[in-house]
Design a protein around this ligand. Structure first.
Ligand code: ASP
Length: 420
């Protein structure tokens, strides 16, 4: 078992693809049987293990991270930098989504049955950003923790961290020590979970490959191609550019550092479930301090979703193209704004992006009857898109963590990777 973890994961993915094809051939797209169920449960177990560590991990990590911000750093400044990054990267993602769908026009003439006729005059303005802010505040922090309301948990944990820095020295030392040790313990547990990642990823990929029907993919191939093109531009041109311009570090180092997290995102389709791996990569491989990684990453997993934002925007414009609408620039900007907000509101779980598209279409005034079949079709082919989207979501968070770390004067970045 001397093979590096990310190589183990790559091999597990390859084996999963092969096994998936075999099951697909044997069972003609509806796989079953005990061997198959066993393989599928490997994936399920892995996801459950990841989800098991999320709440205690982010609480201890944020509390101990924020509590130590007090030592010579300003929380306000960190927050400002972090949110500026979230905003800029999400906005760029949405604009890319808008441009690619306008250039490639994947929905024009697409043959999806059941289109209603829709009057563009009925387009409405989106719900207010204030609502998202209000909902961030949990009525009861324990309830937020039990139900996994990420923003509520994060909000309260940041508060605890800030409060600790204002206590008497002995209480402060005690709480810092306690949360620090609990956090170390959670990192240890995370480590164990990550060690079994190859087995879980094998199960997840097998399941995905074996149950994907291929015919539908052909019908909407231009749609898939458009979204994937947008994702690729964002992931391999825009984000590395931002990264290089702000840090002067070779972006290749960062892709290398994030391999395990990217593959985990790719196979779990969940930013939340990937969070422990993302934090692990950002801290141990990219060399970012826990203070900054625990400030930027957990919040980023819910708030900063570049892939999802791009998808919302491109998806809604695609739907309008299928409906035969010719949106004005103003109407498109309305969509851009809604997409931006909806990506903030989307949960870091599989297929959240498609669910949210319903909200976006509602918000701008499409009726369910008009868009139901189209969104259903998008849902049917969503898994591979979700894989890529989630990977971009967490990759962007990690880029933000390094940018903030660098700007805060951290110097020990990419310790193991640079010397090689
Ligand atoms: N699956 C994505 C994530 O967890 C959310 C989405 O569906 O867009 O990041």
């Amino acid at each position: 078992m001397k093979l590096k973890l990310h190589w183990q994961i790559v091999i597990a993915m390859a084996l999963g693809i092969v096994a998936g094809i075999v099951f697909q051939l044997i069972y003609h797209g509806e796989p079953s049987g005990w061997v198959y169920n066993l393989v599928v449960s490997l994936g399920t177990i892995f996801i459950r293990l990841l989800r098991m560590v999320i709440v205690p991990l982010i609480v201890t990590s944020i509390v101990s991270g924020v509590a130590s911000v007090g030592e010579g750093r300003s929380i306000g400044r960190l927050g400002l930098k972090t949110f500026s990054y979230y905003f800029v990267s999400t906005l760029l993602a949405v604009l890319i989504g808008m441009v690619v769908t306008n250039v490639m026009q994947p929905g024009v003439g697409a043959n999806i049955p059941g289109n209603g006729h829709f009057d563009p005059a009925n387009l409405k303005t989106p719900a207010s950003p204030g609502e998202i802010l209000v909902n961030m505040i949990p009525l009861n922090p324990l309830e937020a923790a039990v139900n996994g309301h990420m923003l509520g948990i994060i909000f309260f944990a940041i508060f605890m961290g800030i409060a600790i820095t204002k206590l008497k020295p002995d209480s402060q030392a005690f709480l810092k020590q306690t949360f620090g040790s609990l956090f170390e313990m959670m990192m240890k547990i995370t480590d164990y979970v990550i060690k079994v990642a190859p087995i879980g990823i094998f199960g997840l990929i097998t399941q995905t490959v074996s149950s994907a029907g291929l015919d539908l993919f052909k019908t909407v191939s231009l749609y898939i191609f458009t979204i994937v093109a947008g994702f690729t531009i964002h992931m391999f041109i825009v984000l590395p550019l931002i990264f290089y311009v702000t840090t002067r570090i070779n972006p290749v180092l960062h892709y290398k550092a994030m391999t395990s997290a990217m593959i985990t995102a790719f196979s779990t389709c969940s930013s939340n479930a990937t969070l422990p791996v993302t934090m692990n990569d950002v801290e141990t491989k990219a060399g970012v301090s826990n203070t900054i990684s625990s400030f930027v990453l957990p919040m980023g997993a819910t708030v900063n979703m570049n892939g999802t934002a791009l998808y919302e925007c491109a998806g809604v414009i695609f739907i309008s193209q299928v409906l035969g609408l010719d949106l004005t620039l103003m109407q498109q900007f309305l969509i851009v704004l809604t997409a931006l907000l909806s990506a903030v509101g989307a949960a870091g779980i599989p297929a959240a992006g498609v669910v949210v598209i319903f909200i976006v279409t509602q918000a701008i005034g499409f009726r369910d009857a008009d868009v139901g079949v189209i969104i259903g079709t998008m849902l049917a082919v969503d898994r591979p898109i979700d894989m890529y989207r989630t990977m971009i979501n967490i990759f962007s968070d990690s880029v933000g963590a390094v940018i903030v770390a660098k700007s805060e004067g951290e110097t020990n970045l990419y310790p193991g990777l640079r010397s090689r």
